[in-house]
Design a protein around this ligand. Structure first.
Ligand code: SF4
Length: 467
């Protein structure tokens, strides 16, 4: 049985249990309306789903673990790549026959916002289509679909609404997510997000800090601040810059770790690095997507910075007192990317010495400016470039990770691998550190342990817990 912790607005310091509503009726309430929710895509979607679950539970629904058990089947979708979008329509087709049993289907998130009513044409058994900026209207939409009607919730790009709710079903008991900014105004040539998630709109620093304090009171020690471009944050009350907000969240009494993702290079200021240096609770990891090492491609992608400007930001991080680990995203095969452009990306990987790279093959997406460009690079060539890039990065990561041998790092214990007899931990630098513990010590998941690193692999470290 999976427990859902429903965070309510009535947190009282030192009374964490009193503020957690544990939904133990989960498997028993036979007469209760039930829902199944599957989430695709990024961390923003995962956290949106936590808020959607909280909203549904408030409306008297109970979450179940299989489509077959559910009255309402929901997909929180991602349209960043064609594959992710197709997956949703395949799922809908696979379960269409269940409509005869009175089950209802809903499509949420980016595909919903992008396709709108066209979802009903492609999958007529769907009765709810709702983009992320309309989740606040879910209670009314649920009433409509329960009455056998269809409901559509779509916002135009100019919406000022953020989906703030005090009912969030936090499914990770140790790491709490807080969305501080929604939407995107950058319009990279390949990306659907500005069309599916609306314009950039930030929450006040006061409301972010109140949520952070509330999470600490509930027992969370690690907070992750989220935004499509988290560092484009602009306090509507004008009180705090992003770097000041980071530091203030890090200084909340009881806070142990603060992460933030994803940063946009154009808005990445030196003050963020200074905040990391000055605030020990801010994790020493920055994810800064570069996408390409070639100015020609960056310009075509409309990324709003040059290779030189990007490297300047990397220089700030490398000059920091703390050793900041740096990860990135790279797209290969963007229209017009020549072999020389690609070489520049490989060369940038070496120059930065990334601790991790998420790699993608370019795929054309609806409504994006890049659709106008000829996608002349074959899929085979894109796959080759991806392979070359991943193998180059593997070598870089082997060397990066080796530097940690002999050092001791604090990890948050995230789980136990029974088969290997190892514990799984995560360092402040966001590295997976598997470790063994002495016989008389049993690390508790969600707590912290010091681990000495004994050996390393391309994607993880191995160590021994220090008592
Ligand atoms: S910054 Fe670019 S890639 Fe990121 S969400 Fe906005 S448009 Fe998409």
């Amino acid at each position: 049985m999976r427990r859902i912790v429903l965070q309510t607005g009535a947190a009282v310091k030192g009374k964490a249990d009193a503020t957690r509503v544990i939904l133990t009726s989960y498997m028993s309430g036979d007469t209760q309306k039930t829902f199944y929710l599957e989430t695709f895509g990024c961390q923003m979607n995962v956290h949106d789903s936590e808020k959607v679950i909280g909203t549904l539970v408030q409306q008297g629904y109970r979450q179940v673990e299989t489509v077959e058990q559910a009255d309402l089947i929901l997909y929180n979708t991602c349209s960043i790549r064609d594959k992710a979008e197709q997956k949703v329509f395949h799922r809908l087709a696979d379960f269409k026959k269940l409509q005869a049993q009175g089950k209802r289907f809903g499509v949420l998130g980016c595909v919903a916002q992008q396709e709108g009513d066209k979802v009903f044409e492609r999958a007529p058994h769907v009765s709810l289509v709702c983009g992320s900026a309309s989740y606040r209207n879910l209670p009314e939409m649920l009433v409509q679909i329960e009455a056998g009607k269809r409901a559509t919730g779509l916002d135009d790009r100019q919406t000022d609404e953020c989906f703030e709710t005090e009912f969030t079903a936090r499914t990770n008991p140790y790491r709490g997510y807080i969305t501080i900014i929604e939407g995107c105004d950058k319009f990279c040539a390949y990306c659907v997000v500005p069309f599916t998630r609306g314009k950039e709109r930030s929450r006040t620093s006061e409301s972010v800090l109140a949520e952070a304090r509330q999470l600490v009171d509930l027992g969370y020690s690690e907070i992750q601040l989220l935004g499509q471009n988290v560092n484009s944050y602009k306090d509507p009350a004008g009180k705090k810059s992003f770097a000041e907000l980071l530091a203030a969240v890090g200084e909340v009494p009881g806070m142990r770790r603060v992460r933030f993702t994803t940063s946009h290079p154009r808005d990445f200021g030196r003050d963020i690095v200074e905040a990391i240096d000055a605030t020990p609770t801010l994790c020493d990891h920055v994810h800064l997507p570069v996408q390409s090492g070639s100015n020609h491609v960056l310009d075509a992608m409309q990324r709003l910075y040059t290779r030189e400007q990007y490297l300047e930001r990397i220089g700030w991080m490398k000059a920091a007192t703390r050793e900041i680990s740096i990860t990135t995203d790279v797209i290969v095969g963007f229209p017009g990317e020549t072999e020389a452009d690609f070489e520049q990306t490989l060369n940038l990987l070496e120059e930065v010495g990334y601790d991790g790279v998420f790699t993608f093959k370019y795929s054309p997406r609806p409504n994006t400016p890049a659709l106008e460009l000829e996608d002349a690079i074959s899929d085979q060539e894109k796959a080759r470039r991806l392979e070359v890039l991943m193998s180059r990065q593997r070598e870089i990561q082997i060397n990066q990770n080796k530097k940690h041998i002999g050092k001791t790092s604090e990890v948050m214990v995230e789980g136990h691998n029974q088969a290997r007899g190892q514990w799984i931990g995560r360092t402040s630098q966001n590295k997976t550190l598997n470790f063994t513990a002495p016989d008389d010590a049993t690390p508790k998941v969600g707590t912290y342990a010091d681990v000495t690193i004994l050996s390393t692999f391309p994607n993880s470290l191995l160590g021994q817990m220090v008592i």
